[in-house]
Design a protein around this ligand. Structure first.
Ligand SMILES: NC(=O)c1ccc[n+]([C@@H]2O[C@H](COP(=O)([O-])OP(=O)(O)OC[C@H]3O[C@@H](n4cnc5c(N)ncnc54)[C@H](OP(=O)(O)O)[C@@H]3O)[C@@H](O)[C@H]2O)c1
Length: 355
C-alpha cells in the first residue's frame, strides 16, 4: 500500500520502503546509507548480475548481509540465480510493497527502468547524474534546492562534479552574491574497479568549451552565471576543481572560510597540516577508518581561499564515489515530505557520521 503525508501531519507510523536498484559504485553506498537511517527502511536491493560487488556486500561479513535481493527484470533474475544468488522476486512482482526506488543503474538503463518499471507500477524513483536531463522535473542537490523535490515522484540527484560545485557555490552565493563564475575541472579517469577506463598516461581535454558541467550546475542553481572547462587525468581517487567567482561585493577571506565551515558537507582541509594532495586526503580517510575511505564532503583546501580585487578563488577535491550518497537520502525525505532541509541534512549526516 502506498502512502503520502504532509510535513504538518504527525510523524508517519509506517516507514518509507526503499529499494536500491543497481548495486554498483553508487548503489551499494546508497543502500548502506539508507540502512543506517532510522526513519526509512531498506526494503531490498536489486540488480541483474553479480558485477559491482554484489557478492561481497551480501557476504556474512559484508555491510548488506541479510538484505533481501530482487532482480530488476526476468532475465536478470535468471542470471543472478545462475550465478548462485537467492532472488526473492522480480521487482515488478513486489511493486505494491515499494514506496521508492533509488535507481543507480548505468546511464541508459535508468530511462528504460523508468518507462518499463517505475511508471507502469506507480513507484517513485530517484535517478543519478548519468541519467538523461529530462528523466525528472527536478535536478537535486540538498544544500542548494531541497525544497524543489518536495512531493515529487521523480528526482535526479546531480553528478559528483555538479554536487560539489552546487554545495560550495550555493554557500558563497547565499552569503555574498556571485556575479559570475569560471570553474576548471580536473576529473579522475575512472573509479578503482574500472580497469578498462583511461587515460593511463595523458591529460585529455574536453574540447567543447565551455563544458557541459556549467549547464549541469544551472539545472540546480538556474540564476548562476557559470562557465566550466574540463580535463580528464589518470587518477582514481577524486576530481579537483579550481574555481574563480566574481563577487557582487568585496569580502573578507575569513568570512568566506567561515561560510564554507558553516555549509554542511564542506570540509576545510589544510595543506599545511600535511593534507596537500588528493592522495594525502585519501590517506586521511583511511586513517580515520572511514568506510571504503570515502569522503562524502567536498574538501576545500583552506590556503587556496583567496580574495583579490573582488574575485574569490579556491580549489576543492571531490570524492566522486561517495559525494552524492547523502543527497540521495535527503531526496527521499524531500519527496515524501518527511523533513525540512535542515532536519533532513542533520539526520543524514548524523547517521553517516559526517561533519
Ligand atoms: N561512479 C561514480 O563516480 C559516479 C558518481 C556520481 C554519479 N554517478 C552516476 O551513478 C549512476 C551509476 O553509476 P555507477 O558508477 O554506480 O555504475 P556501476 O558501478 O556500473 O553500477 C551500476 C550497477 O547497475 C547494474 N545494472 C545494470 N543494468 C541493470 C538493470 N537493468 N537493473 C538493475 N541493475 C542493473 C550493473 O550491473 P552490470 O555491471 O552487470 O551492468 C551494476 O552493478 C550513473 O548514472 C553514474 O553516472 C557515478
Amino acid at each position: 500500500m502506498k502512502f503520502l503525508f504532509k510535513l504538518t501531519e504527525p510523524f508517519p507510523v509506517k516507514m518509507v520502503k526503499v529499494v536500491v536498484n543497481g548495486v554498483g559504485t553508487i548503489g551499494k553506498r546508497v543502500a548502506e546509507a539508507v540502512k543506517r537511517q532510522e526513519d526509512m527502511e531498506l526494503y531490498g536491493i536489486s540488480d541483474v548480475s553479480q558485477n559491482g560487488g554484489l557478492r561481497t556486500v551480501l557476504k556474512p561479513e559484508g555491510p548488506l548481509h541479510g538484505t533481501d535481493l530482487y532482480a530488476s527484470n526476468r532475465d536478470g533474475k535468471q542470471n543472478l540465480e545462475d550465478q548462485g544468488f537467492h532472488v526473492n522476486a522480480v521487482l515488478e512482482d513486489v511493486a505494491d510493497e515499494i514506496d521508492v526506488v533509488v535507481d543507480c543503474t548505468p546511464p541508459g538503463i535508468d530511462a528504460k527502468n523508468k518507462e518499463n518499471l517505475y511508471e507502469p507500477n506507480n513507484i517513485k524513483a530517484i535517478f543519478q547524474g548519468g541519467a538523461p536531463k529530462d528523466i525528472a522535473p527536478v535536478a537535486f542537490n540538498a544544500d542548494a534546492n531541497y525544497e524543489d523535490a518536495r512531493g515529487e515522484d521523480y528526482v535526479k540527484v546531480v553528478s559528483c562534479n555538479t554536487t560539489s560545485l552546487s554545495r560550495t557555490l550555493s554557500a558563497v552565493d547565499e552569503n555574498f552574491g556571485i556575479d559570475h563564475v569560471v570553474a576548471n575541472l580536473v576529473r579522475r579517469g575512472g573509479d578503482i574497479p574500472q580497469d578498462s577506463r583511461g587515460p593511463i598516461n595523458s591529460t585529455v581535454p574536453v574540447t567543447d568549451v565551455p563544458s557541459h558541467h556549467g549547464p549541469d550546475v544551472q539545472a540546480v542553481l538556474p540564476d548562476l552565471d557559470i562557465k566550466t572547462l574540463a580535463v580528464k587525468v589518470p587518477v582514481t581517487y577524486g576530481h579537483v576543481h579550481m574555481v574563480n567567482a566574481e563577487l557582487e561585493a568585496d569580502v573578507d577571506e575569513e568570512d568566506v572560510k567561515q561560510a564554507f565551515r558553516d555549509q554542511p558537507r564542506v570540509s576545510l582541509v589544510k595543506a599545511g597540516h600535511g593534507y596537500d594532495s588528493t592522495g594525502k586526503i585519501h590517506e586521511m580517510m583511511r586513517d580515520l577508518e572511514r568506510p571504503r575511505s570515502d569522503m562524502p564532503e567536498a574538501a576545500v583546501w583552506e590556503e587556496t581561499v583567496t580574495v583579490e580585487d573582488g574575485t574569490l578563488y579556491w580549489i576543492h577535491m571531490v570524492h566522486q564515489e561517495s559525494i552524492v550518497v547523502p543527497d540521495n537520502v535527503d531526496a527521499i525525505r524531500a519527496m515524501f515530505e518527511m523533513e525540512d532541509k535542515e532536519g533532513s541534512i542533520s539526520k543524514t549526516d548524523e547517521a553517516l557520521n559526517l561533519r
